[in-house]
Write a protein that binds this ligand. Sequence first.
Ligand SMILES: [Zn+2]
Length: 356
Amino acid sequence: MNALRHHYGVATWVVLTVTCYFTAILWWPLALPAAILALQIEIIIAGLSLGSGNNLRAQSVILMFLLIAASVYFATTTTWVRYAAWQFLALVALNAIAGVIIGRIRILILGFAAVAPIALVLLWPHSVLAGIGILALSHMLILYPTLRPNAQWLGPVFTHFETDKRELWLTIDDGPNADTPALLDLLDRLGVKATFFVIGIIGERRPDFVREIVARGHSVGNHSQTHPSAWFWCAPPARVRSEIDDCNRTLATLANVAPRWFRAPVGMKNPFVHPALARRGMRLIGWTARGFDAVMHDADQVLERILPHVKPGAIIVLHQGREHSLRVIERVVVALQERGYSFVIPDDAVLRNTNR
Ligand SMILES: [Zn+2]
């Protein structure tokens, strides 16, 4: 429910912005878009000045009331704006129902995407632009949570775990590469247990590495069979399923493990990923902090990126297989240990996807 509220602000924001564009494009008073834009700025300032760390939520609440009030007003006018207003009011009602019943908005987004083309046809004789706007909005509502890692509109993405100790979960993606033996030695030396999100075809090249990871007390997760980072976001259902299944099969064959965690390549997950995982009893694991160490080489810079997000129960994501990987992992782990943190592999029961 928290995630729903959190992201509802962004959804309403998109609606408002699109409405602004249309109002600006069409002939009817230019004062209207200017007024709405000015309103947005005020809302942002109001949200920021609250300074409670819940700015987004504060903005969401204010925006919601303003949008509902504005929509009720515009729904009673005779201009084309009433179509957008009714559409928004319907969205609010559906969202509330979805929120109460299922606690997430995946069904709503997909349902809206299914209805949007009909809206385009119905609106065609009146306002082509409004119809296209609704269609574009429905696409945006799918694209945003797909492309944005950790966005929860399409289903739970576990981003931290519950703990009252200074504990963290270290996850290492993209292996097991040639640096695996050295990495395992390093983790032993530092007294760290981690989870390796393995790419199936890389594991197939070195089955001994996969077995060694498990033998040394670490766990393995599914990071897809081929790691299609460029297009996993638009992969059709059959391909999503085969990426998950093939990697599961690989890990079962190589190390006799049944992964229950999946991390999407570059964190992108389209509407087909969650149903596939649910049917397999698996969970999508996101992260609390990432250091962009797949592209950044400097260990201190990576640490700087990670530190502000670290708190008890945080999930840290780092990568192996790069020339600088061991250096980065050692730097980050040591720095966090110096701050009193230890590294554990959490149980499913304490994984959390809500905001905090
Ligand atoms: Zn990856």
